[in-house]
Design a protein around this ligand. Structure first.
Ligand code: GUN
Length: 285
């Protein structure tokens, strides 16, 4: 039976580290840390995420600036706001919540965010930095996954690491981070043949494909570390992950639950990136 990796506990310890350092920055250097979050339109899921980000900012002692824009906001108006935030010194990090309404070109908006304030690490400059291992920010979800793996005490060096999913936000950067920690990395996706065999060879399996309970216990190597990035609904509408937890926990050595695994880590890493951005902008790091 697997040991459960407690994402809430690991996330709380990251946030506590950030809160402590934020307090020190205020006391010793008179610096405040600020995050601007921009949301366009009324997507209910996005609204929940943005509220959670705001709460996390308050909990670690950041200022949060929320810009809730109308669904009909034009691309030009949004780009104007991004430019204004780029030059606002009280804003250290900028996050534009995705997805954006269809009439707005997401790439144009991401490209407009100053790379120094791009706490999502979505800007091509930051993506490129990850490839060469010279980064300031890591994308929040893959960075959170790395912290969860670290929390198990399992050393990644030389391990067979399998990532299922090849998105720009999770799968691809995740593979790079595992590679940087000396893992032997395989990336699988919807066209992969022999997926089960490949998964059965994985010492560390990260699943980010967005299909409910896709990975089952018979695909998991005895004792593997299984990290579930999925956030899906099962046939009864209940929240679940990309991994069938019930069968998987019988085979895995360590496993993340959904909810309470990767989810809480994403926001904690966003707080950490914002703190890093503030320190760099102040010439401290
Ligand atoms: N929408 C869903 N996840 C994310 C995220 O991590 N960052 C942004 N900007 N939008 C999202």
């Amino acid at each position: 039976m697997a040991q459960i990796i407690d994402g809430k506990a690991v996330s709380a310890s990251v946030k506590a580290e950030v809160a402590e350092e934020t307090e020190k920055l205020k006391e010793e250097k008179g610096l405040n840390v600020g995050l601007a979050v921009v949301i366009v339109g009324n997507d209910p899921a996005s609204r929940v995420y943005v509220n959670n980000k705001k709460k996390a900012c308050e909990a670690v002692g950041f200022q949060s600036f929320e810009y809730a824009l109308d669904e009909n906001t034009t691309q030009e108006q949004l780009l104007d706001l991004v430019n204004k935030l780029n030059s606002d010194t009280s804003v250290n990090g900028i996050l534009v919540q995705l997805p954006l309404p269809k009439h707005i070109d997401e790439k144009a908006v991401i490209n407009a965010i100053s790379p120094a304030k791009d706490v999502d690490a979505f800007h091509p400059e930051n993506v490129g930095r990850i490839m060469i291992g010279e980064y300031s920010f890591l994308p929040c979800t893959p960075a959170g996954v790395m912290r969860l793996i670290e929390s198990t005490g399992v050393d990644i060096t030389g391990k067979q690491c399998v990532v299922i999913g090849r998105s720009n936000i999770v799968g691809k950067p995740q593979a790079m981070l595992l590679l940087q920690k000396n893992g032997t990395v395989t990336i699988c996706h919807s066209k992969t043949k022999n997926l089960k065999e490949i998964c059965l060879g994985a010492d560390i399996l990260v699943v980010a494909i967005g299909r409910a309970k896709f990975v089952t216990g018979d695909m998991i190597k005895e004792g593997a570390v299984v990290i579930d990035v999925g956030m899906d609904r099962d046939e009864n509408g209940k929240l679940c992950g990309d991994v069938d937890f019930e069968s998987a926990e019988k085979k895995a050595g360590y496993i993340t639950p959904v909810p309470g695994g990767v989810g809480p880590m994403t926001i904690a890493m966003l707080m950490k990136n914002t703190l890093t951005a503030a320190k760099q902008q102040a010439g401290i790091e």
